[in-house]
Design a protein around this ligand. Structure first.
Ligand SMILES: [Cu+2]
Length: 193
């Protein structure tokens, strides 16, 4: 085998390895991965809207316990609840999410509303929220960013995926930053312990 060709192949393998390590390192140091965006059909939506093994749902306490690294599906603007300005997570409206320190959560946020844009952001600041909304980076305290996702249309649902590592204990919040939505109740609490 040609020695140059072998050298080239080995170089590519090393470069890919370095890239993987670097991107993992970025998630570990910043706690957050960039969102990726796409669309789901109804059966794909149903298949992701399930409870991961590391997750325990307590309906009585309106609380979701995340004990190990898990995927959390977040439905934005469900039509069958008392307010369209809400999140529904594993069947609970605006639940408190209790996360063990150091756990990595992959949030999959899906817009299930048929007439409004929504997003899902993590923040160190809680209510009261401004009626002006906060835009993507307008306010302080945001730990993540996400574009506004368009409403569901003809059985096609926009989603965004991102991972977050909860490095430090304390109280945090999730909210929709679309103007007026968090003020109208589209938020919930995250407790890292
Ligand atoms: Cu919203």
């Amino acid at each position: 085998m040609n020695v140059y060709r072998t050298f080239a192949i080995v170089s590519v393998i090393i470069a890919v390895f370095v890239l993987i390590v670097a991107s993992l390192g970025m998630i570990a140091t910043t706690g957050v991965g960039e969102p990726s965006y796409g669309y789901l059909n109804t059966s794909q939506l149903n298949s992701i809207n399930v409870t991961s093994p590391g997750v325990h749902v307590s309906r009585a306490n309106s609380t979701i316990y995340v004990n190990s690294s898990s995927i959390i599906p977040v439905m934005m603007g469900p039509m069958d609840t008392s307010s369209m300005y809400s999140f529904e997570i594993l069947g609970i409206m605006n639940p408190t999410i209790v996360v063990k320190e150091g756990v990595m959560v992959q949030f999959t946020a899906v817009n299930v509303d048929n007439d409004s844009y929504h997003n899902f952001a993590l923040s160190s600041r809680g209510p009261p929220f401004s009626s002006m909304g906060s835009g993507m980076m307008g306010g302080s305290g945001y730990m993540t960013t996400m574009h506004y996702l368009p409403p569901m249309s003809s059985g096609t649902y926009a989603y965004a995926n991102f991972t977050y590592v909860f490095h430090s204990t304390g109280s945090f919040w999730y909210l929709c930053t679309y103007p007026g939505h968090a003020q109208d109740g589209m938020y919930g609490r995250i407790v890292v312990s």
